[in-house]
Design a protein around this ligand. Structure first.
Ligand code: R5P
Length: 281
């Protein structure tokens, strides 16, 4: 991702040295001084990676960088955006403070901001979440057999509506109830009339256990729509997720490369590059 973004921006890409001590702590070394550094690190597996990016920001500053920008194609901990049950933290805020303190700017793709208007309301430095909808719509246009886009719940509606509008497709969102980490119940509203051979696309910003996408595919199957593909931005996919989705009838799973995964088909480096002014050296 760093190399792809560097190519887009016409700058050099260099790796930081990261060493793990036997006790699990990390030591990060920045050996190439730069006036402005863009640190590229997706924050899946966040409990390990968050500390490393905070250390990297400090290392880069001590090596001479006056500005350090974080490009985190996937920004974790955005889903816990309120206290759902008494005694819980607002993880989104905590991560926002940490990153806002360490970096001069944060850029990400499709942050999970359903109850928060802008990423800048959470991350305490200038911050921006880029929409993946144009890239996903481009994928849809390249697959004309897809006739319907389905999102799992009302939270996904702006995302699904925006994607469908760009791709010129019909859309619908379901009503989802989460019963556990890997259990979801999902009902669909009335759907537009489609031939039974039409392909449907279940879409979501994040795929984790795969239960949501699987439930959406099953709900389509109950309506006689059995040709289903899945499209996600962030393929966090835990072990067993692909199996769960395939056994629900999903034939093809496609994701953006914000989190490295075998289903990555859509590159986001050109999208990330739009977050930077042109001609920077
Ligand atoms: C939830 O708010 C997200 O948008 C996704 O729907 C959710 O993270 C998917 O999780 P899973 O794949 O475990 O159902």
């Amino acid at each position: 991702m760093a190399r792809g973004l560097a190519r887009e921006l016409g700058v050099r890409a260099r790796a930081l040295d990261v060493r793990r001590f036997p006790d699990g702590e990390s030591l990060v070394r920045a050996r190439i001084p730069a006036d402005e550094a863009i640190l590229v690190r997706s924050l899946d597996d966040p409990d390990a990676k968050l500390v490393q990016v905070l250390l990297a920001a400090d290392a880069l500053r001590r090596a001479g960088a006056r500005r350090v920008i974080l490009v985190a194609p996937y920004l974790s901990y955005m889903r816990q955006d309120r206290v759902f049950r008494r005694g819980e933290p607002i993880s989104q805020r905590v991560v926002g403070w940490l990153l806002g303190d360490a970096f001069d700017r944060v850029l990400t793709v499709e942050a999970h901001l359903h109850r928060t208007r802008r990423l800048g309301d959470v991350v305490t430095c200038p911050a921006r979440s880029l929409s993946a909808a144009p890239l996903l719509a481009q994928w849809c246009r390249g697959h004309p057999s897809v006739k319907l886009v389905v999102g799992p719940d009302e939270e996904s509606e702006p995302f699904v509506r925006g994607l469908a509008r760009r791709a010129g497709l019909a859309w619908a969102v379901g009503r989802k109830e989460r019963l556990g980490d890997r259990r979801v119940r999902l009902e669909l509203p009335e759907l537009p009339k489609l031939p039974s051979f039409a392909r449907c696309l279940v879409v979501d910003d994040i795929g984790s256990s795969g239960a949501t996408l699987a439930a959406a595919a099953r709900a389509l199957g109950r309506r006689g729509l059995g040709h289903v593909d899945a499209l996600v931005v962030h393929a966090l996919f835990a072990p067993g997720a692909l199996r769960r989705m395939r056994s629900a009838g999903i034939e093809r799973v496609v994701s953006c490369d914000t989190v490295p995964h075998a289903t990555n088909r859509i590159g986001v480096a050109p999208l990330l590059a739009t977050g930077f002014p042109r001609g920077r050296d």
